[in-house]
Design a protein around this ligand. Structure first.
Ligand SMILES: [Zn+2]
Ligand SMILES: [Zn+2]
Length: 122
């Protein structure tokens, strides 16, 4: 059976579907993630591009490119953070998904062990 995880922004206009997550998941405490998310850290899960698709509302997506070239994709209506991309992630063919945007009952229960957590710095 193919498993799918569903996520969406706060207003619900943008929805996405993930069929498989990579094993890398990270809490990023960098100042940019803190400001962008308005929180102490942001948690991202890595997904290969072929395992990700927009289910609806793709047209509402807005991109913000920071001074270091990293791109954050957010909902133009409600401002929810959805995707993070860096040069390294683009080269690797992966997207970083803001895990908190997964819908309840999405079937994914992130289990973060200390050794899996990497900390970004900037
Ligand atoms: Zn929205
Ligand atoms: Zn960060």
């Amino acid at each position: 059976m193919l498993v799918a995880y569903f996520g969406s922004c706060l207003c619900g206009q943008i929805k996405y579907k993930v069929t498989s997550f990579e094993k890398d998941m990270a809490h990023c405490h960098c100042s940019m993630c803190r400001k962008f998310h308005g929180s102490a850290f942001a948690t991202f899960g890595e997904v290969r591009a072929e395992n990700f698709e927009w289910a609806s509302g793709h047209g509402k997506l807005k991109s913000y490119t920071a001074h270091n070239g990293t791109v954050r994709k957010l909902c133009d209506v409600c401002g929810s953070s959805l995707i993070f991309e860096s040069e390294a992630s683009k080269r690797g063919g992966v997207l970083e998904i803001a895990i908190a945007s997964l819908d309840e009952g999405s079937g994914l229960l992130p289990v973060l062990r200390e050794k899996d957590v990497k900390f970004g710095g900037s």
